[in-house]
Design a protein around this ligand. Sequence first.
Ligand SMILES: [Zn+2]
Length: 372
Amino acid sequence: MEMIRTICCKLTLDATADAHLRATQVAFNMAATWCAAVGWQLGIANKITLHDHVYYPIRAQFALGAQLTCCARDKAVEAIKTVRQHGDTSCPPFGPTSSIRYDARSYSLLASDQVSLNTLHGRVRATLILGDFQRQALADSAWAIGGAELIRRDATWYLHVTQNQPVPVHRPIRSSIGCDLGIVNLCTTDDGTQFSGATVKRIREKRFRHRQRLQKRGTRNAKRRLKKNSRKEQRFQKDINHCMSKTLVKKAVVEQKALRLEDLTHIRQRTEATVRRSQRRQHSSWAFRQLRDYITYKAQQVGIPVILVNPRDTSRRCFVCGHIDNANRKTQAAFHCQNPSCGHIAAADVNAAKNIAFWAEVSQPIASPLRR
Ligand SMILES: [Zn+2]
């Protein structure tokens, strides 16, 4: 299995290079559109099989070189596959400003932030505008440079370079850490480690009231501040999720355990149905999905498996005796087993985290590698 990431870089280039790339972009997408139509008609969604039908016609009709012809074919085949998966009845054309696909042989990264790109008129050079993050990422020898997508937005070109790395061999794993996600405590693990939601809640409430005041006012200035606040809130949420995922993955490495999380599609449904309205606002806006993505990404980098489990009954089942009863959950915080021969008492989210760690059935073995 491979991990894939994409590094986005802005380009600067001279007028000749720009003109060559624009012409190539039009020809490339006409070729890919034609190729997709042929593949669709013949019922072929395999690169090698389609190759014989399209290679020479593309070169003759659209004047593309050998490499770009193969890239257009690949773009077409991927589109056919996607369209088939969705059960559509035709294959849509690519617009003249759609991206140009480059494989590892049709472009190259050069010294001093230069890139050389294949066009209809030979290779052109452009300069990559790199920040520290991009420069480090592209120079990181642990990641191999793969293909790239060249995109034009208005008059600016961007190169999205993909990099890949094999997923590290899994460590010896002894058992799992169960993670219960919630509102009062954002995350509770089965050994009782908690990430409190108090700060998040306080700040969220404050922002929410502020937002309401601004919305009521409705002036242009108020609208600008609303937008600014929402960006601030997203950054804040991202920070919390980064921090929490980092701590959880570190814990898993130290204890040599896998991480078990509830399958989030279910979490969403459950909270919509059962959580009070005032809480729902905080809950559904809280990016659980983002948290899971961060955990999965960080865990994969160090070879820790992430296991998603079915969240059914995790909060109302007794961890000790297995008795399932709504009445077990005395309050939001307290769990008290109603089975007379058991009577187990625990913090509700610790009980849930233990169910996730030990009893809940696996709904997907391991989350798939993420694209960034
Ligand atoms: Zn019990």
